[in-house]
Design a protein around this ligand. Sequence first.
Ligand SMILES: C[S@@+](CC[C@H](N)C(=O)[O-])C[C@H]1O[C@@H](n2cnc3c(N)ncnc32)[C@H](O)[C@@H]1O
Length: 269
Amino acid sequence: MTTDFLEYLMEDPLEIERQERKTDPGAVLAQAQWAGISAGMRVADIGCGPGLTSSILLDAVQPGGQVVGVDFSAERIQHAKNRYQRDGLFFQQEDFFGDLTELGTFDFVWARFVLEFHRSRAAELVAKLSRLVRSGGVLCLVDLDYNCLSHAGLPERVNATIQDVVKGLETNSDFDPYAGRYLYEHLFDLGYQDICLDMTSHHLIYGELDEVERYNWERKVLVAAKRSGCDFNRYQGDFDAFAKEFTTSFKKSRRFTYTPLISCCGKKP
Ligand SMILES: C[S@@+](CC[C@H](N)C(=O)[O-])C[C@H]1O[C@@H](n2cnc3c(N)ncnc32)[C@H](O)[C@@H]1O
């Protein structure tokens, strides 16, 4: 099946840098340990980006474990190989909607910040990933809810335009700002056992803006908002005027932004 959607909403020459800068290794490790990752496991990191998360997962399965990172970006897979490849860590350039049977089966399949980019095909993708999990193995899905939507303390037209942008992304780019709330039903519908859910904060931004968040949110605006199909009518169609007012007001200490992170894991029957 093909779609008219952009292949990856955040595709951009600075995407490797954005993903690496915003990844918190301690948080990734804690999420994977919560889901039961342990020494000796064979792990698939689906939508692995530039490979940092796969490298963190490899540490978590030592001794004796193995991680295969999969992403369709040739550039990010090449970067992952150059920067992170070592014993037990493999990277493969694949479209995860394609045939993944050659990857074999895994004790632990992990997909973080992936379903949000495939709203109309999320259930299909989870069913596909489930085929990679051995019987008794774990499937762990991690994604955001109200993604990019919860802000206070910004000028009204900035906040209203953000809501328009996200609507545009849902319609034009298959983005799902509510991907997190559906994780449970994906595993439930596939008959997973011992399903566990967790919810924490991914963004919890108030007071002075730190450099990592500043960079991440500016990239989101410059890449995704620009592609959203939004007409920026509150700025007379002037995207740059919106980007400037967003950047200025988002830096101010009065702004409060949060995004819930939902993790869901279960055992394949
Ligand atoms: C936001 S990044 C998530 C990276 C990493 N999982 C993390 O937790 O930080 C999403 C990744 O999914 C990849 N991706 C999106 N659609 C894909 C597809 N159809 N096949 C393979 N990779 C895909 C993108 O290339 C991108 O690197």
